[in-house]
Design a protein around this ligand. Structure first.
Ligand SMILES: NC(=O)c1ccc[n+]([C@@H]2O[C@H](COP(=O)([O-])OP(=O)(O)OC[C@H]3O[C@@H](n4cnc5c(N)ncnc54)[C@H](OP(=O)(O)O)[C@@H]3O)[C@@H](O)[C@H]2O)c1
Length: 295
């Protein structure tokens, strides 16, 4: 790690990128890069955007993240993930910058009951996962790189599963939620802090980083509803095959780390503690959205 470093953050307007730009440690100055600074899937635009920041480190959060969109239009996903990451990686090589690339549990098939650790062989089962794995290969070509896989993100800066469940419940919808998909819910402010902590180590290669403990989508939905005071909402558990989606999803791609201990990075807190913080933010938003009471 440079003593003082300029850190370019791609996807800085996205759910995770926003948090990475907030939790900046003393040793770093952030240059936030959004789509307005360039389309990273276009080589010249990526070189100009990343190069213009003159970074020592690039935290590459930008990605094509629409999972069903990737199934319908794999070429757009390839450009947004594999091609964009190739372009960012080339810029890093030209600048001698370190690259931290954010990846996903979707690189795994989730077919085994065993957790997926860093040494587990990836085997994606859908277009999104294949394009993120191809992007990992591009990131791994950079002399100094770290690939951080995470899963089930939720946080104040973007659309996510928890917010979708609560919004549906608030307008009185009854819910159908998948009960056979397992993962680690991960709170974007916690993840952002973890990414910065990882950058303080000299480590390379793949690291899995999530909030602690796993659950099913149904358990996460129920916990969020309880936390929000909407525990009376009718929720039916369904199998993933019943969910109307063109995409096959990994059902047991539960990320665990066999590296964090040795890196000296503390495990992140339990997802339910993070959920409490997140729902408190949403409740404040809901209150602010309500028209003021007439006196
Ligand atoms: N969300 C999850 O549950 C989850 C789980 C595991 C891993 N991840 C990974 O975590 C990272 C952050 O995810 P997120 O949920 O924060 O994503 P997000 O909210 O969709 O943000 C991605 C950002 O990247 C930008 N972007 C996409 N393609 C671009 C391009 N070609 N050029 C410039 N900017 C581009 C998007 O801009 P536009 O809005 O203009 O397209 C958006 O601001 C991604 O690498 C994702 O694969 C996410």
């Amino acid at each position: 790690m440079a003593r003082f470093a300029t850190v370019a953050v791609t996807g800085a307007a996205g759910m995770l990128g926003q948090e990475v730009c907030v939790a900046v440690p003393e040793w770093a100055t952030v240059v936030a890069l959004t789509r307005a600074d360039g389309d990273l899937s276009v080589a010249a635009e990526a070189r100009d955007a990343v190069g213009g920041a003159e970074p020592d480190i690039v935290v590459h959060c930008a990605a094509y993240t629409d999972v069903d969109g990737a199934t319908r239009d794999p070429e757009s996903a390839r450009r947004g993930n594999a091609v964009a990451t190739r372009n960012v990686a080339r810029a890093c090589d030209e600048l001698g910058a370190r690259l931290l690339f954010v990846s996903t549990d979707y690189v795994f098939d989730g077919a085994s009951d065993r957790p997926c650790v860093e040494s587990t062989e990836p085997s994606p089962i859908n277009a999104y996962g294949r394009t993120k794995l191809a992007a990992e290969a591009q990131a791994a070509r950079v002399g100094s790189h770290m690939i951080v896989r995470t899963q089930w993100l939720f946080g104040p800066g973007g659309r996510n599963f928890v917010e979708a469940i609560l919004n549906a419940a608030r307008v009185g919808k009854s819910l159908r939620v998948v009960q056979n998909e397992h993962g680690h819910p991960t709170y974007t402010p916690d993840l952002a802090a973890g990414l910065w902590r990882l950058l303080e180590t000299p480590e390379q290669g793949i690291v899995h980083l999530t909030n602690s403990d796993a659950c099913t989508r149904l358990q996460l939905a129920r916990a969020a509803l309880d936390e929000a005071g909407l525990g009376d909402t009718e929720v039916a558990g369904i199998d993933s095959a019943e969910w109307p989606s063109p995409t096959r999803r990994p059902l047991h791609a539960v990320l665990e780390s066999e590296r964090l201990d040795t890196l000296g990075v503390a495990p992140m807190r339990h997802w339910s503690e993070a959920l409490t913080d997140y729902v408190a933010i949403l409740r404040r938003r809901w209150t602010a959205e309500q028209p003021p009471a007439s006196s």
